[in-house]
Design a protein around this ligand. Structure first.
Ligand SMILES: Nc1ncnc2c1ncn2[C@@H]1O[C@H](COP(=O)(O)OP(=O)(O)OP(=O)(O)O)[C@@H](O)[C@H]1O
Length: 324
């Protein structure tokens, strides 16, 4: 095959290969394996959220995606290119958890700097920066220094910096840390716009509400293994169809015997010591039936709320069911 034909074939492969394809990845540090047999794909135009408790291996997985950790087994490919190759790195935009911008520089100056680092040619640089600022909704503050901006604007500028190299895969690491409700809304809208424009987005977060708002797919890591992966709507329907989440507040902390009795009703401890959660049938009598059962065991609740079971409930269930 001629060199030109080979180039064409490579271009076609890249256009068709998923922005991220991880197959059977095992990786770690020295003798310590952190990830075991992880397979994960992120498609163009979709947001995949990666969840997991502290120490599960999320950051390690991101390192492997960015080609900064050698695969012991398995492969990581970015648009068909091995993640450890420099060409793969140029296909990824990473917005790290810490704001990675030059604080005394303006938004525009930062983006110009990142565009140069990403290899954007001088001639197209100004236009690219303008386009990215417009896309990220930050053009009106282009001339302001980063250290004079609120957390929300800094976050959006951080995401914009990851976009200037025109990546195919955008990686967002804890993007909602330190921002207020309005800024979260703005960021959610931005993430959805970017996905709608065809970008593949891998989101790592502990923020269930944000993830539920923007994600198409969810993946959950526990102790370096993927314990759940799939389309978010499908996962929620499969686990919770016809059921709702009951949140029961007792006002006093249940003791060991009471805790065991509550477990027989499917109620498990939640975030607060006197808060218990469990699934009940999605019918008008569920609340009354649960209160009657609690009364019968002498555990009248102070409050009961029935909610749609969402990503947080799915996560809690997956963590409970997965082997330790
Ligand atoms: N450079 C390193 N050398 C050795 N072990 C490491 C290194 N970096 C991380 N680890 C270990 O790998 C495991 C996974 O860490 P990792 O940072 O990937 O978890 P995480 O899911 O990102 O956690 P968090 O939510 O707290 O950021 C942890 O046990 C951690 O101690």
């Amino acid at each position: 095959m001629s060199a030109a034909l080979q180039d064409d074939a490579r271009r076609t492969d890249r256009a068709e290969a998923p922005p991220l394809l991880m197959e059977g990845l095992s990786a770690g540090f020295g003798a310590r394996m952190v990830l075991t047999g992880v397979s994960l794909a992120v498609a163009a135009g979709a947001v995949t959220v990666l969840l997991g408790p502290n120490g599960a291996g999320k950051t390690t997985l991101l390192r492997a995606v960015c080609g900064r950790l050698e695969a012991r087994h398995g492969t990581v490919r970015i648009c068909g290119v091995d993640a450890e190759e420099a060409a793969a790195r140029r296909l990824i935009g990473l917005a790290p958890q810490e704001i990675a911008l030059y604080r005394p520089l303006t938004i525009r100056e930062n983006l110009e700097t990142f565009a140069r680092l990403a290899g954007v040619p001088w001639r197209g640089l100004s236009a690219r920066v303008g386009e990215v600022m417009a896309r990220a909704g930050i053009a009106e503050r282009a001339g302001e220094r980063i250290d004079r901006l609120s957390g929300g604007w800094q976050r959006r500028a951080n995401v914009a910096a990851a976009l200037v190299g025109a990546p195919r895969l955008l990686v967002l690491d804890e993007p909602t840390v330190g921002i207020d409700a309005q800024a979260r809304e703005d960021l959610a809208a931005l993430v959805q716009r970017l996905a709608a424009d065809g970008l593949a987005i891998l989101l790592v977060t502990h923020d269930f509400a944000f993830a539920e708002r923007v994600a198409d797919r969810a993946a959950i890591l526990k102790a370096g293994r993927l314990i759940l992966e799939g389309g978010l709507a499908d996962l929620l329907a499969a686990r919770f169809k016809g059921r709702r989440m009951a949140e029961v507040t007792f006002g006093t902390v249940p003791d060991g015997a009471r805790k065991a009795a509550l477990a027989t009703l499917g109620l498990a401890p939640a975030d607060e010591p006197d808060l218990y959660c469990g699934l009940v049938a999605d019918d008008p009598h569920a609340a009354a039936a649960l209160i009657a059962a609690l009364d019968a065991m002498g555990a009248a609740p102070r409050a009961l709320a029935l909610k749609a079971a969402g990503l947080e409930a799915l996560y809690a269930l997956a963590m409970r069911e997965a082997a330790p």
